[in-house]
Structures are given as structure tokens and as C-alpha cells.
Design a protein around this ligand. Structure first.
Ligand code: T1G
Length: 719
């Protein structure tokens, strides 16, 4: 839809109207075609201004339309008529001009941007490329190197940077529309030929091939197996080496190779899944858009260990005064220095001043009597956490909200020791808490909808992707991690090596394989959890550690590694060896290979050749299978939530969509068959037994992931 008005007696003002981001849906494209034709044919009209309703120019093509057959007028011929017209067309950019929105502006003869506007060609983040001339026009306007960087990264630039790059002609602090109308009136007399980007030659750097080669290498190194960025390089190469008409053909050829690809579908699924995750509903029927969150004006963090420090920084940097508490002077001083240091480095990186004044450090819980919200981040020990919550109930005013950063302990058990179980919730941050975007908001059965709403909105305010989950051991992320890492260690027993398993997972797209990731996180963390859950400990015979524990198959190799003091990067030895404690460059360690071979000999295990396909199937199908169980148990409301948790908390490759979307892409029938195959081979590994929900979805014809919810409804929700 596009609105047409005549202003200043001779300027046609065309306003795109498709809330919330004026995406270029077929209706909007129809609207532009009709209003442009009217403006160009009306003799009263001397110039045209295009703007967007609600202070947003245009968020690009309507991504929702990609799933179906494309209808309505094709974009490029429509935009050609704008550039070819004899009347100056000025784009008045407010809010955002992204993707097809910026391309629309690049067909206009002039671009005026509001100083708060953001511009960019983020198509590559959706697994595609700018297919409305962006790859041919932006290089002609700002040169190859700058255009290449923006198109292969999809980065948004500010209006100021866009002016410096030459993307826009003027930046204004006033209403961009009014400024554009004045600008258009002044442009009437000026020639337009030099303003038609299609007629310009692309300024080429002398080292073009070397530049394109270097960018290609960098992409292949950083974005393993991701297609779109490489196609973007090819399209920009066409802008440098072909006339515009051929370049635009090359652009659409390359787009055709991407548009229906699995990667594009996965990345577009992630776009919407991320936005769906924030829309929670509780068993009571309370939901995200009808519960008003409390405003948090002050907070406290208890415990300044690794997590507590990151949480304090994440609160202070968004302007929330924080009281940080530790149990003794030395820990408090160490914590204070580290938090201040992190806040300063973070502020420097963001080019802002550090908000030291918002931080207060204390040894006394009584200083927390008036805070709005407390986040407990002490050592992962139930008894210790309970004593903290009992104390808090005594000192904090009745309305103060209590949150725990436990990564898997029972939130309701903690709520039970307080005087306000309805005001207790889990806020599970991921390490480092001031960097990782994911926040699991763990709703106990007594958590009120008000505290759920408050925790979710506080997460958004802290720049987190917040997902509401139910209360069970390990919640969603860590609960699924166990079958995934268990399969990896079982594969070690059967013949694989840590390097082989990690390489298979990294070739699949993970930034780090399971063993390198464990070395980073610290092997002692998992060891302590296994001890606390009684799976290992001093009463286990180290000479003959049993391979069945608590009625299930158990692999003692990780314990044997820890018993040698190998805790990963922090000790310089783990599944890999590092040049020094804290080193990050992993090298295969023959001692680990010896340990595994001795272990196989002791139990008479004949190693066999294990394929990368088996590694991927056993690790990822076990992961997804636990995801199905979590949906059955109502611990997660929909598969999108699980996928967002794994994308933002566990480094699952975005171009694979997440464990549940990946399972749907592989085909639920195949996932079921492979799990049945592996469970038959390993009947003593319950998490390989296909979940009832998986069987049910296959029986229902394997509906697309977005439709699974309809089949989950029958189950009881813990959310
Ligand atoms: C030819 C051409 O070459 C090619 C082919 C293309 O152009 S491909 C398309 C390229 N364009 C993009 O990649 C930009 C994508 N959008 C964004 O980056 C952000 O949305 C935003 C613009 C920076 C606003 O952020 P926000 O935080 O203020 O709000 P939001 O929650 O994100 O969004 C608010 C609501 O708008 C929906 N939405 C946003 N952009 C949309 C789009 N392009 N198409 C359809 N829906 C969109 C979104 O799902 C949400 O819906 P709901 O959840 O309310 O139901």
C-alpha cells in the first residue's frame, strides 16, 4: 500500500504504508507502481519524495512472502521506472532502510536520512543476496571495498557513516520528509543523468582480484560452508567487471542459486523464531502482550564469580543501578576491580562513558532492603543458594523480586524457602554473561505472570534474546546437552578420537566441537555435576570404573581425564593440550589417545571405523530427540524456542536453523529410522529411543516445524 499526496503544489509525496516496517509486500509494490505512474504522468508534479509511514522508511522485501509463490509486480522493473523518470525522486529515510528498502532508495536520484536512521543490505543474514540491484548499484555509488564489506556482512550502518560512505546525500535532525520535499524542489532544475546509478561505472581498486580473493578466503575460514556470502562476492565482482545490464542478470542468477536453498530457509526460520521466542504464554493463559512488566529501577547481584561479574556489567551498562554483594573483603575487592575493568573495556568498545557511578559494592545483604530485583549468582550448590534466599526474605521489602542464575537446580525448591515463591524465577545467563545473548527465563510452577513478564522484559532491556522455559533439571539447554555430549564420549569408546568428532561437528558448522567446547568451559564443571548427582566419586573403583551407573550405560573416560587434573584450557591440558594454562590453541594430545586405547583394552572394546555421518547423526539426532521430549513435557512451548536457545547459547550453526529445524530438514522419518537403528545397537542408552512425539509427528506426515505446536497442544504445559 502506498499513499499519494501533492505537497508544496508540485511535489508528489508517496508514503509506504505496511506496518510495522513497511515491507515491500506485493500490495506495497502495487501501490508504488500506481503512485509513481501518477506522479510521473501528472504535469503539475515536478518532483517526487518517497517516505515510509510511522517513522520507518522500509524494512525490505516482505520475508513472509518468500515461503509461497511470489505474486505482484516484480521489484526491479518497478524500480527502473523510478530511476528512468525525468522528475527527481528523493528518498526520505527515517528509522530503517534495509535490503529492498535501501535498494529502493538506490533507485531514487537522491537520499536524505534522519540522523537516527540505520541503513544496510542484510540479505546475506537471510541466506540470500540483495537481488533488487543492490550488488550492482552500491559498488557504483561507494566503491567496491566498502560495498563488499556491507554486502558480505549485512551490517547496518548509521546515517552518519552512510553520509561518510556517500550512500546518502544529507543527514538531518529534522523531519526527513519535510527536508526531502525542500531538497526535491531545489533539485528540479538539475540534470539527472549523473544521479542514475545504473549509468555509472564502478570505481575499481587496482588490486581487485587480490581483494576479492582475500575476502573469499576470509569468508571460507569464518563462515564454514555458508553459501550466501560467497555468492555476494561473485555478484560484486560482476559490478566491477560487467556493464550494469549484464551485472543485474548475474545478480539474479546468483540469487536463484540461493533463494530456495536449505540454508536460506534455515536463516529465515531463525529470523522469525528469534521474534517468536519473546511471545510467551503461561498455563494460566497469561501471555506476553497482556501482562505489564514491573519497571526495574534498581538491582542487586549476589556473588561476583565469573557469572555474577558479567551480570553486574550487563545491568549497569543499560543504566540500572547495581549493588554487588560478596561474602568476604578479598572476594569483594577482586570482584570490584574485575567488574570495573569489564565495564570500562565494554564502554570503550561501544564508544560511551563507563557508568561506574551505578555500581555499589557491599558485604552486607541488609543494603538490599530497597532494591527492586535481586539476581543470585553464588556457587552452584543448593544448600548455599537456599541460605541466601532465606536471608533475602528477611532483609528485602515484600515486593522485591528474587531471581536465581542457577544453570540447572530446582527453581521451585529455592522459591519454597522464601516468603514470596510467586516472586521467584530463574534467570539463567550464559558465560560470559555480558557477551552471550541468550537468557533462559525459568518459570517455576508458582512464578507469577508478573515476574515472568518482568524477567523477559529485563532480558530484552539487557540486550538478551530471552526464552521462557519450564523448571526441570538442566532446563532446556543443559538438559539437551547431556545426550549430545554422552553420544560423543560413547563414540570415543567405539573407535573415534576427540579430533575426529570435533572436526565432524565443526564441518557441520559448529564454531567449536564438543571436546574443544568442554575444554573452554572447564572439564571440572561437568565432573562436579556428575559427582553431585552420584554418578561418580570416591567410592568408584578407579581401576575398574563400572560402565553402567544408575541403570544406564555410562562412559567413565571423562572422569579419568579429570582424575589426572586435566580440566581443559585453564590447566593447559584437557581433551587437547595447550601451550600453557589458559592457552586457547588446541593440539591433539597423544596421552589422551593412550588413555582411550588403554581403556578399550581394559574392557576388550575392539575399535571400529566411525564415519562422520554417524557422528553427526548420533550427536544431533540424540540432541533433537531430547528436544522432542522437552516439548512433550511442556518445558518448552514450541520448537522455535529450543532452536533459539541452541543458536544463541550453544553455538548451533545458524545456517542449519537449530536442532529441531535441522531434524525437520533432514526429515523426521529419517531421524526416527536412524534413532531406531542406533537404539537397537545401543539398547542401554535410553536417550536414543525415539520420543513418542517424534513418532506421532511422523505418523501425522511430518508436518513443517511451524506446525508441530498443533500436535503438542494435547500435552500438559509447564509454561
Ligand atoms: C529484494 C531484497 O534484495 C531482498 C530480497 C530483501 O529485501 S530481504 C529483506 C531484507 N530486510 C531485512 O533483513 C530486515 C529485517 N528486519 C529487521 O532487521 C528488523 O525487523 C528491523 C527492521 C530492524 C526492525 O527491528 P525491531 O526490533 O524494531 O522489530 P522486529 O521485532 O524485528 O520487527 C517487527 C515485526 O516486523 C516483522 N518484520 C520485520 N522486517 C520484516 C520483513 N522484511 N518482512 C516481513 N516482516 C518483517 C518482524 O517479524 C516483526 O513481526 P512480529 O514479530 O511483530 O509479528
Amino acid at each position: 500500500m502506498a499513499r499519494y499526496e501533492l505537497v508544496k503544489r508540485s511535489v508528489a509525496l508517496i508514503t509506504l504504508t505496511n506496518p510495522p516496517v513497511n515491507a515491500l509486500s506485493s500490495a506495497v509494490r502495487h501501490g508504488i507502481a500506481k503512485t509513481m505512474e501518477r506522479a510521473l504522468s501528472d504535469p503539475k508534479v515536478t518532483a517526487v519524495v518517497i517516505c515510509g509511514e510511522n517513522g520507518r522508511f522500509c524494512g525490505g522485501a516482505d520475508i513472509r512472502e518468500f515461503a509461497g509463490p511470489l505474486r505482484g509486480p516484480p521489484l526491479v522493473p518497478l524500480l527502473d521506472s523510478i530511476e528512468a523518470g525525468e522528475k527527481p525522486v528523493v528518498a526520505a529515510i527515517e528509522g530503517v532502510a534495509l535490503g529492498g528498502g535501501l535498494e529502493l532508495a538506490l533507485f531514487c536520484h537522491y537520499r536524505i536520512a534522519h540522523f537516527k536512521a540505520r541503513l544496510g543490505l542484510p540479505e546475506v543474514t537471510l541466506g540470500i543476496l540483495p537481488a533488487a540491484g543492490g550488488t550492482q548499484r552500491l559498488p557504483r555509488l561507494i566503491g567496491i571495498p566498502a560495498a563488499l564489506e556491507l554486502i558480505t556482512t549485512g551490517r547496518h550502518v548509521s546515517a552518519q557513516e552512510a553520509l561518510k560512505l556517500g550512500i546518502v546525500d544529507q543527514v538531518t535532525e529534522q523531519n526527513a520528509c519535510e527536508v526531502a520535499v525542500e531538497f526535491a524542489l531545489r533539485a528540479v532544475a538539475k540534470p539527472l543523468s549523473s544521479r542514475r546509478l545504473s549509468s555509472l561505472t564502478t570505481p575499481c581498486p587496482p588490486n581487485l582480484d587480490a581483494l576479492l580473493e582475500a575476502v573469499t578466503m576470509q569468508i571460507q575460514k569464518k563462515a564454514r560452508g555458508v553459501m550466501a556470502p560467497l555468492a555476494c562476492v561473485q555478484a560484486v565482482r560482476a559490478a566491477a567487471t560487467m556493464p550494469y545490464s549484464q551485472g543485474i542478470k548475474r545478480e539474479s542468477e546468483l540469487m536463484a542459486t540461493l533463494f530456495n536453498s536449505g540454508q536460506a530457509r534455515a536463516l529465515q526460520y531463525c529470523f522469525f523464531a528469534e521474534r517468536t521466542a519473546g511471545k510467551w504464554t503461561l498455563p494460566s493463559g497469561a501471555q506476553w502482550n497482556d501482562i505489564k512488566p514491573r519497571e526495574i529501577r534498581s538491582a542487586a547481584v549476589i556473588g561476583l564469580g565469573t557469572m555474577g561479574r558479567g551480570i553486574a556489567v550487563s545491568l549497569a551498562r543499560v543504566g540500572i543501578p547495581v549493588i554487588a554483594v560478596e561474602s568476604d573483603k578479598k572476594l569483594l575487592e577482586t570482584g570490584r576491580q574485575m567488574v570495573i575493568g569489564m565495564l570500562e573495556r565494554d564502554a570503550k568498545r561501544r564508544g560511551v562513558s563507563a557508568s561506574h557511578n551505578l555500581l555499589k559494592f557491599t558485604l552486607g545483604l541488609q543494603d538490599l532492603k530497597d532494591v527492586d530485583l535481586v539476581i543470585e549468582a553464588v556457587f552452584e550448590d543448593m544448600a548455599l543458594k537456599k541460605s541466601v534466599f532465606r536471608e533475602l526474605s528477611k532483609v528485602c521489602r515484600p515486593a522485591t523480586l528474587f531471581c536465581t542464575n542457577t544453570s540447572g537446580l530446582d527453581v521451585d525448591a529455592l522459591a519454597g524457602v522464601t516468603d514470596r515463591p510467586q516472586l521467584v524465577i530463574g534467570m539463567h545467563f550464559f558465560s560470559p554473561a555480558h557477551v552471550m545473548k541468550l537468557l533462559e527465563v525459568v518459570c517455576g510452577p508458582r512464578s507469577s505472570s508478573e515476574i515472568v513478564a518482568t524477567a523477559m522484559s529485563l532480558g530484552k532491556r539487557m540486550g538478551k534474546v530471552s526464552v521462557a522455559v519450564g523448571n526441570c533439571p538442566g532446563f532446556v539447554g543443559n538438559r539437551m546437552l547431556k545426550p549430545y555430549s554422552d553420544q560423543a564420549t560413547f563414540l570415543l569408546e567405539e573407535g573415534a578420537t576427540p579430533e575426529q568428532i570435533d572436526k565432524a561437528l565443526e564441518d557441520f558448522g559448529f564454531a567449536m566441537g564438543v571436546f574443544r567446547m568442554s575444554d573452554l568451559a572447564g572439564l571440572d564443571v561437568g565432573w562436579r555435576v556428575r559427582k553431585e548427582s552420584g554418578l561418580t566419586g570416591p567410592d568408584v573403583d578407579p581401576k575398574n570404573p563400572p560402565r553402567r551407573r544408575q541403570g544406564r550405560k555410562y562412559c567413565p573416560i571423562p572422569d579419568m581425564v579429570c582424575e589426572q587434573g586435566r580440566f581443559g584450557q585453564k590447566t593447559g591440558r584437557g581433551w587437547y593440550m595447550y601451550d600453557k594454562p589458559g592457552g586457547t590453541k588446541a593440539k591433539p594430545d597423544p596421552l589422551i589417545q593412550n588413555l582411550i586405547e588403554m581403556y578399550r583394552n581394559r574392557y576388550g572394546i575392539q575399535p571400529r571405523n566411525i564415519t562422520d555421518q554417524e557422528i553427526i547423526e548420533r550427536c544431533l539426532f540424540a540432541l533433537a530427540n531430547e528436544g522432542f521430549r522437552i516439548l512433550e513435557d511442556g518445558i518448552a512451548a514450541r520448537p522455535e524456542d529450543i532452536d533459539v536457545i541452541y543458536l544463541f547459547g550453544y553455538g548451533f550453526p545458524r545456517h542449519r536453523g537449530g536442532p529441531m529445524f535441522y531434524a525437520s530438514m533432514v526429515g523426521l522419518q529419517r531421524v526416527l529410522e536412524r534413532l531406531e537403528h542406533y537404539h537397537q545397537a545401543h539398547p542401554d542408552v535410553p536417550h536414543l529411543e525415539p520420543s513418542p512425539l517424534l513418532k506421532k509427528l511422523v505418523a501425522c506426515g511430518s508436518p513443517p516445524v511451524q506446525k508441530w505446536r498443533e500436535h503438542i497442544k494435547t500435552m500438559h504445559s509447564h509454561l
